[in-house]
Design a protein around this ligand. Structure first.
Ligand code: 5GP
Length: 187
């Protein structure tokens, strides 16, 4: 596990190691394989933050007969949500009759997840499931519950392993939390 890091004048401290992340990715991959392993699922990676998690998770699931797709939504400005969700990159693939698994980095208010599931259901898939690396249940404004969760965490701003602060920090192996706000994660 690394030391403290400074990004855009804010200090972040180590929070979840790459080893703990890998353990939870493996557990969730097994759950997803059990649920959709017999069909030809479509994994939808939510850009940009989920690209590292999705790359690890999809390979760990290890289904030959799957395809991968990408969407992009935006609601965050710096370290806080704006409450408005905009779609920036939409789906081009045919989802009709397919089992869809959305792969997201973090569910905070749940607003992005709810909007995304609505958009995806309009493509007539057979089923829609939602996997997230991180869930902040105390920040929920929607009551939305992901189907698969690697870690439930308190409502603190974190980065690393794909998650950013103004575009920085995505390449970190471990996950970091803003200093003075460290707390324990379940999972
Ligand atoms: P929601 O719509 O659930 O409020 O927010 C989901 C999006 O907000 C995530 O996909 C992510 O881009 C951003 N987000 C929420 N919490 C955090 C956080 O702690 N760190 C980072 N880097 N992004 C976050």
């Amino acid at each position: 596990m690394g030391n403290k890091i400074k990004i855009n004048g804010l200090t972040f401290v180590p929070y979840l190691t790459r080893e703990r992340i890998a353990e939870q990715v493996k557990r969730v991959a097994e759950e997803i394989r059990r649920d959709v392993g017999q069909s030809q699922p479509v994994f939808i990676c939510v850009l940009k933050g989920a690209f590292v998690f999705a790359a690890d998770l999809i390979r760990e699931i290890g289904i030959n007969d799957c395809t991968c797709s990408f969407v992009r939504y935006a609601s965050y400005d710096g370290t806080s949500t704006t409450g408005k969700v905009r779609q920036l990159v939409g789906l081009t693939d045919d989802l009709a009759g397919r089992d869809v698994v959305i792969i997201e980095d973090i569910v905070d208010t749940g607003l992005t997840a709810v909007k995304m599931i609505d958009d995806i259901k309009a493509h007539n898939p057979r089923s829609v499931r939602f996997a997230t690396l991180l869930h902040k249940p105390q920040s929920s404004r929607t009551g939305f519950e992901p189907d698969y969760i690697c870690f439930s965490i308190p409502p603190k701003f974190i980065l690393g392993y794909g998650l950013d602060l103004d575009g920085k920090g995505r390449n970190l192996h471990d996950i970091y939390v803003i200093e003075e706000e460290q707390d324990s994660a379940e999972g």
